[in-house]
Design a protein around this ligand. Structure first.
Ligand code: SF4
Ligand code: SF4
Length: 457
């Protein structure tokens, strides 16, 4: 695409004039790799003070979003137990859905979901006396299960990736068939968020065994365990487990503790430039869920979530059932000590603000943050000054200034020409912009309106 195309020129002239050259750099897509990122204040200590992973007392109700290509297999008024299947996979793309607590199916209806959208959900109300969870036992012979049977087991366990994409794991395995390397991502570059860290420190062996199952399903050769270089204790722990298992095909690799180093796309670009299909990245918590699904025959219905932010009385990580509301999750941490200005799903850089705390936790919810005014205060937006800082700090070599300008002018086709679809929504451009332009909001609208298929739920 020519940078001087008429549509771009018309947008460029709406910028502050006076420059004889085009206003923004368009980055070379294959530059020499270097660690692009921002060193953020980590703010992780509060949620790490109490490292015991607990399950809170079941809430009054949960609302479990029904995935695409799944159909409810329970009726209103039916009693269900924890882990019971409540929706069947429809076709090869679908996944099963399971109840996260015992109770009665009260409604199957449309309710508010994250990012202000609405979704069809199954609402389960708690029994008067909820039963305690049965102890899960390791299924004998799970290590001998043939590789070709693993995707089916994961599909019936309802396993999706524990990141915002929430891709069914069996579909991701199919998409990356032929990959030689599995990367287990234990990095958490966002401030406040520590759910992967706590899970790795408490279940490292299970995560490694889950990684081995993913490698087996893909017939891959190698596993990399990606960790941030500041987490020395975690690095030593994983290395000692690898040594104990005598697995020479597993290697720990570290990335700088710079945001957004440690996200899936930056790991692939850093280690497999130009050969991204040679490797596939899974969060450490997904590898753990794979181990549970195969070795313990446990369906996916809960995940570890960081509940934190300055407003929460007792920030910590908890096992939460999929479907529990943000309100009940915060209540499980003794509520708030002052009124939050903003409730986020995810970290402060790339998380999404919620308009209500009645939205449910999903497989992709890694954190619920209640932030006070002084942290979440929106600063006054100024016009773009063409400093190019956003371009210099974009980890995927985009020109965020041009994309956001196009979005402001509702020129979504132009935003697409500037590769908005490649944005990983890391939020670096918004953080670094001296004019405090609402970069991420504009980029998300441009992504959604230039290609609805990329909208995140
Ligand atoms: S949000 Fe998108 S455009 Fe902005 S820095 Fe991150 S990847 Fe680049
Ligand atoms: S960082 Fe902000 S002010 Fe600077 S070029 Fe990008 S959008 Fe414009």
């Amino acid at each position: 695409m020519s940078k001087r195309s008429p549509s771009l020129s018309s947008i460029s002239t709406k910028l502050k004039s006076g420059s004889p050259k085009p206003p923004f750099k368009k980055r070379n897509k294959k530059p020499e790799r270097k660690a692009i990122g921002i060193r953020l204040e980590r703010k992780k200590d509060a949620s790490l003070l109490n490292c015991n992973l607990k399950r809170p007392y079941p809430p009054e109700k949960i609302r479990i979003p029904i995935p695409d290509f799944s159909k409810p297999c329970v009726k209103i008024g039916q009693t269900v137990q924890t882990g019971q299947k409540i929706a069947e996979a429809q076709g090869p793309e679908g996944v099963s859905l399971h109840a996260g607590m015992p109770g009665t199916v009260e409604k199957i209806a449309v309710f508010p979901s994250v990012t202000s959208s609405e979704k069809r959900m199954i609402e389960i109300h708690k029994h008067r006396e909820p039963k305690t969870l049965p102890l899960v036992e390791t299924h004998k012979g799970w290590e001998e299960i043939p590789a070709e049977e693993l995707p089916g087991i994961l599909q019936h366990a309802g396993l999706v990736t524990t990141d915002p994409v929430m891709e069914p794991v069996h579909i991701k395995l199919r998409r990356y068939a032929g990959a030689r390397t599995v990367i287990i991502n234990g990095c958490e570059p966002e401030p406040y968020v520590t759910c992967e860290q706590v899970l790795i420190m408490s279940h490292s062996l299970e995560i490694l065994k889950g990684a081995e199952l993913l490698k087996k399903a893909l017939d891959a050769e190698k596993i990399f365990f990606a960790l941030e270089d500041c987490n020395l204790e975690m690095i030593e722990l994983i290395k000692s487990k690898i040594y104990f298992l005598k697995w020479e095909h597993v290697e720990v690799r570290t990335v700088p503790a710079l945001y957004p180093q440690g996200l899936e796309s930056t790991l692939l670009q850093a280690w497999f430039p130009g050969e991204e299909n040679e490797a596939v990245v899974f969060p450490a918590s997904t590898a753990f869920a794979v181990y549970e699904a195969v070795a313990q025959q446990k369906p996916f219905y809960e995940r570890v979530v960081t509940v934190g932010g300055e407003c929460v009385v007792e920030p910590r990580n908890l096992w939460l059932p999929v479907g529990i509301s943000f309100h009940d999750a915060i209540h499980a941490c003794k509520g708030v000590m002052r009124e939050p200005q903003r409730i986020l799903m995810g970290g402060p850089m790339a998380g999404t603000a919620q308009v209500t705390t009645e939205v449910p936790v999903t497989a992709g919810t890694n954190a619920i943050l209640a932030l006070p005014e002084e942290i979440s205060k929106e600063e006054t937006e100024e016009p773009c000054i063409r400093c190019n800082l956003c371009v210099d700090h974009c980890p995927v070599m985009l020109s965020p200034a041009m994309i956001t300008l196009a979005a402001e002018q509702k020129e979504f086709a132009v935003a697409k020409e500037w590769n908005v679809g490649e944005c990983i929504e890391c939020g670096n451009c918004a953080y670094i912009c001296p004019s405090k332009r609402p970069m991420l909001r504009l980029i998300r609208s441009a992504r959604a309106l230039s290609d609805p298929a990329v909208t995140r739920d």
